[in-house]
Design a protein around this ligand. Structure first.
Ligand code: BGC
Length: 248
């Protein structure tokens, strides 16, 4: 079975039909640039271009970088245009897509669902936490493979700061931190998350997971196993399609 997945990110809107049995893209993905400012109307234009590129007419799952309730309503917008807050994103996208059935899910939750089913967390029981390090920090919490949605652990307070303002990979770039310095901050952050949840496994996702050999070995003193995400660029697309298939 195939469902269309779209990943709405800070720089690009990417999508492709997803083969749900394999947990992989059924066709090469298509990408358009995310408009600036990334307003609901502008992003909906981009989504329409991506879906129309494939002439898709079935269900569509989309990611969003904020809290999304009921597969539909946007509740927070930490790193995107504030006009998203309280938008009925399902209605917005569905009407742009000629009435196709639409499900919207948090970006980190989507990536986590893909990793837990087809990637680094496959077959793992107990508490598993995926953290994405990018513009912000996203989180996905699983108990025996079941997602607890919208955990927002990137906004935990760390030394008096919003954690993602200290340890995202954007902060590493903006403050020109060395890998050692940044890894130290990530370690403090993981230590805090571990104190709260005692997970068996941390999966490190986001663009920076491709460079895990540069920093994972620098993180010490965490009890849980720490592994890089495996699906990397396509995890959001695959996970959004999976959530749509579950009728979220
Ligand atoms: C948002 C999360 C999102 C994460 C990664 C955070 O700022 O609050 O909802 O998952 O960034 O995009």
């Amino acid at each position: 079975m195939q469902i269309f997945g779209v990943d709405i990110g800070g720089s690009g809107i990417k999508g492709a039909p997803v083969d749900l049995d394999r947990g992989d893209l059924a066709k090469e993905r298509f990408k358009v640039l995310t408009p600036r400012p990334a307003t609901p109307e502008g992003v909906a234009d981009g989504v329409q271009q991506v879906v129309d590129h494939f002439g898709w007419t079935g269900p569509v799952g989309l990611t969003f970088p904020g809290v999304v309730t009921g597969g539909s309503t946007i509740r927070t917008a930490a790193n995107v245009d504030k006009s998203w807050i309280d938008t009925d994103a399902r209605a917005l996208f569905s009407s742009r897509l000629g009435g196709l059935p639409v499900t919207v899910v948090n970006d980190a939750d989507a990536a986590g669902v893909a990793e837990v089913n087809f990637g680094a967390g496959r077959g793992r029981r107990g508490t598993v936490i995926l953290l994405t390090f990018g513009t912000g920090i996203g989180s996905a919490l699983f108990i025996d493979g079941t997602l607890v949605p919208n955990t927002e652990l990137g906004h935990l307070e760390l030394h008096g700061h919003d954690a993602e303002k200290r340890a995202s990979s954007k902060v590493k770039d903006d403050e020109e931190l060395t890998w050692e310095h940044w890894a130290h901050r990530v370690q403090k952050y993981l230590d805090h998350v571990e104190m709260l949840f005692s997970p068996e496994l941390f999966i490190i996702g986001g663009g920076v997971s491709r460079k895990s050999q540069k920093f994972l070995h620098l993180i010490e003193g965490i009890r849980a196993e720490i592994v890089p995400a495996q699906l990397q660029n396509n995890a959001g697309i695959v996970g959004a399609a999976m959530r749509a298939a579950e009728g979220e």
